[in-house]
Design a protein around this ligand. Structure first.
Ligand code: BMA
Length: 328
């Protein structure tokens, strides 16, 4: 039993491995990583930075597929166990509110979040430069574009899984249109998923060397008895480029722009071959979690080296205790 309560449904069959004997790290990798390898479907060279969720007794996900022409797009995948995935051969076909085709030119780093009875997908796309795209679906057959929530430039949008004080809440990272050398996490609120405002600053880069260039929202925050548990990415700059690690913070449950705890250590940093070696080396980029309220188990899906999808595990007690014990 977990001391920290996860305020979410039970998910007894979620992917899981116990912490290996002798492991003191707050997150531990799945021994079968990477769960999605190269050339996962015809026309797609790599899948990474992708989001999954429980759906109808199995799992569903939106996947960043790098097509063989180099352009990223979003593909739908399904899995019975959260580990072995099957992908629809066609990329997701978005429509506008009139049902007419409304494909973005490119689409990457999707997140998938259900609020009440609707699934929302948010991603990065072109809107006079890098910006956030948004769509909704109720059946994973029709994907309807919503208004772009923010003006350019912006990346790393992730919605909270429920309204807070009657408002939809989204984290995002205002940026430039390139390989942004700066960036803080902001929170925006909306009564209707169309008009966004009451913007608040949540957290910026820090003096911690692993996140001293920029930070960005990762997985949808998990509601716990201690606050919203946020897995995010923190970036440092080296003489050979950026290094992306996974960080952890706990946000106030009623005012998630308030950071209650923020871990000064990374939770996971590139160490395994599939994190260190790939199209972009040294990237661990969290985009989604699965969790089970009964056991406190948490599985984190993260992009590895812009080439693979990896899975890491922790428990609510382990990670919350670690974040609190190492919070400045
Ligand atoms: C960021 C995004 C991510 C990517 C990362 C490392 O700017 O483009 O999709 O994983 O860079 O290349």
């Amino acid at each position: 039993m977990s001391n920290i309560k996860l305020l979410c449904p039970a998910l007894p069959d979620m992917p899981w491995q116990d912490r290996p004997a002798g492991c003191a790290a707050p997150l531990w990798r799945y021994s079968g990583n990477p769960v999605i390898g190269r050339n996962p479907l015809p026309g797609v060279a790599r899948i990474f930075n992708s989001a999954v969720a429980p759906c109808e007794g199995g799992y569903i996900g939106v996947f960043r597929g790098e097509q063989v022409n180099g352009i990223p797009f979003i593909y739908l995948g399904r899995s019975a166990d959260g580990i072995r995935w099957e992908f629809e051969p066609q990329k997701i076909q978005f429509v506008d509110k009139q049902g007419k085709p409304a494909q973005p030119v490119y689409a990457y780093d999707p997140r998938l979040v259900k609020v009440e009875d609707t699934w929302y997908i948010m991603w990065c796309q072109d809107f006079n430069g890098a910006s956030i795209g948004l769509a909704e679906t109720k059946d994973f057959k029709t994907f309807t574009r919503l208004e772009n929530p923010f003006i350019p430039f912006n990346r790393n949008a992730v919605l909270f899984p429920r309204k807070v004080n009657g408002m939809y809440v989204m984290l995002s990272r205002p940026s430039d249109s390139g390989h942004t050398p700066f960036g803080d996490i902001f929170l925006s609120q909306s009564p209707d998923m169309e008009f966004w405002g009451r913007h608040r600053h949540v957290m910026g880069k820090s003096g911690n060397w692993w996140e001293n260039v920029k930070v960005g929202g990762g997985a949808a925050p998990i509601e716990t008895s201690e606050g919203w548990l946020l897995f995010y990415h923190g970036v440092t700059g080296t003489c050979n480029g950026f290094v992306y690690s996974i960080g952890g913070a706990i946000l106030d449950i009623d005012d998630p722009s308030k950071v209650l705890y923020r871990c000064q250590n990374f939770l996971l940093t590139p160490e395994a071959w599939y994190e260190e070696r790939g199209f972009v080396p040294n990237v661990c980029f969290p985009c989604a979690t699965l969790q089970d309220s009964d056991t406190g188990r948490i599985a984190i899906y993260y992009g590895c080296a812009d080439s693979y999808v990896g899975l890491a595990f922790t428990t609510a007690d382990t990670v919350v205790d670690y974040i609190k014990a190492n919070s400045k």
